[in-house]
Design a protein around this ligand. Structure first.
Ligand code: ATP
Ligand code: MG
Length: 452
């Protein structure tokens, strides 16, 4: 029924078919495909449907990279897909997909979607388009050609048939991959308007793959970047984190800046990147995070957020103290204020708050290097994150190298040497104690941080 409607709206047949590349041309071997993806395509085919590996996995295999995950595209509807598998469920509303499980592995199965009509032609309620051409819901099914046309970049519209070991290329993605060009399918301005998040995706893929953005694709971005403000904050947050935790964030951000594209394209980074002091710190943070990811370690969104918001938090804290608040309450108020402000713009989940605050609050404790305190800090469950953060501060010019080196060494040496490393109790400590006794009980770990 829906197909018939689509045919009525579009009323046209493919002008030309895909370019079909045999195994010798594309070089992808079936064994490189995750077995759960192979099982999924096989089961769909045996049930009489078309099924291909599609998107990032084909692109990455073609480029000799290891795919992050394997997506499958099919002409079966989500309901039909669900019926083929024992363990499968339909998820999503804006964009329905089916999750198929084999053991702990998960494959996302997507039904071929139709190409996007103009907003004024759109009467079907399974697709909702806003006045300015932005696609709000997208569940209109179509054939493979239409599915290829609604994808974002040519290199993301390659379909791999594991049975015949062929790659079906509808938009010249194979050539573009060879030339390292990131090219939008269709009219770039229109496609960015439909979904402004594609601008962030362009930046992310260009950085990750070391591709350059085709000039026609790049041209409308500067003007359309403000449209990102209309994207639901949670989606923006996910996309930003993908970019910042891709293992190629530093290059990505530098590239955006070089092209003048960071305004609006990376909300929140705008201000940070235009301030030379903060820039050094942020690049240290991005560089460090990239390194960790490339070495196979994890990098958490909470840590990245703690980096991004550190300067705002310190400024807010200083302001609070200037109004006469004492250090610790001023710190806690500043942390809450900064996180709440950013939550409005970026909707990052509250579950990160605890970690972010701990990383921040630990920073002043690194200054305290006498008595029992350094040992207590070593035992803190967030010591590692706090210490990593300190290293970044040192590299970014926000803490001394001497302090960072001291903590590096303190962890490495034996107990005798640790004891020798401790600094003598500062005279200030004694004064503080006297003051505390006079003014009644204070929290056990009074917080004091150098802000200069
Ligand atoms: P990654 O390596 O980050 O997973 P990917 O290309 O697989 O990259 P996904 O977000 O997993 O990206 O999406 C899978 C595929 O769906 C893409 O390759 C692309 O064809 C299509 N796609 C995803 N998001 C969009 C979008 N906003 N607009 C058009 N097509 C999209
Ligand atoms: Mg993917």
């Amino acid at each position: 029924m829906i197909r018939r409607l689509i045919n009525k709206v579009f009323g046209k047949k493919p002008a030309s078919g895909p370019r079909i590349l045999p195994q010798e041309a594309h070089g992808i071997r079936r064994e490189q495909v995750q077995s759960c993806a192979l099982k999924t395509t096989r089961a769909l085919r045996e049930a009489g449907y078309a099924a291909f590996i599609v998107g990032g996995a084909v692109r990455d295999l073609l480029l000799g990279r290891e795919p992050k995950d394997f997506d499958v595209a099919t002409d079966a509807t989500p309901e039909e897909v669900r019926r083929v598998f024992r363990r499968a469920r339909i998820i999503g509303r804006r964009f329905q997909i089916v999750h198929v499980y084999c053991g702990a592995d998960l494959i996302e199965v997507t039904t071929f979607r139709a190409a996007t009509p103009q907003a004024e032609d759109d009467e079907d309620e399974s697709r909702v388009t806003a006045e300015d051409g932005m696609l709000l819901r997208d569940n209109v099914f179509g054939n493979q050609e239409e599915d290829a046309a609604r994808r974002d970049f040519t290199i993301n519209a390659l379909y791999y048939d594991p049975e015949k070991q062929e790659v079906w290329d509808w938009h010249g993605g194979f050539e573009d991959a060879r030339k390292k060009v990131l090219r939008m399918i269709g009219d770039p301005a229109q496609r960015f308007r439909e979904d402004p998040v594609r601008m962030l995706r362009a930046a992310r893929f260009a950085a990750k793959l070391e591709f350059h953005i085709d000039p026609a694709t790049r041209a409308p971005i500067a003007e359309l970047a403000p449209m990102l403000e209309r994207i639901p904050a949670s989606r923006l947050f996910d996309e930003m984190m993908k970019l910042l935790l891709s293992g190629h964030a530093e290059r990505g951000v530098r590239q955006l800046r070089a092209e003048g594209l960071h305004h609006g394209v990376l909300p929140m980074l705008d201000a940070i990147l235009d301030d030379p002091d903060r820039q050094k710190f942020i690049h240290a943070a991005l560089h460090d995070t990239d390194e960790r990811i490339r070495q196979g370690h994890s990098a958490s969104p909470a840590f990245m957020l703690a980096c991004l918001l550190w300067f705002d938090m310190q400024a807010e804290w200083r302001r609070n103290k200037d109004t006469g608040q004492s250090a610790q309450p001023a710190l806690y108020d500043a942390m809450d204020a900064v996180l709440d402000r950013q939550r409005d713009a970026l909707a990052f989940p509250r579950r990160f708050d605890g970690t972010i605050k701990e990383i921040w609050a630990l920073q002043s404790r690194f200054e305290q290097r006498s008595g029992a305190r350094p040992y207590r800090l070593l035992d803190h469950p967030r010591f590692r994150a706090g210490y990593d953060f300190l290293l970044i501060r040192a590299r970014g010019g926000d803490a001394t190298e001497e302090l960072a080196d001291w903590w590096t060494r303190f962890q490495e040496v034996d107990a005798d040497e640790q004891a020798r490393m401790l600094l003598p109790a500062q005279t200030g400590d004694a004064k503080r104690k006297r003051r505390r006794r006079r003014s009644g009980p204070k929290p056990a770990e009074a917080i004091e941080v150098r802000l200069d």
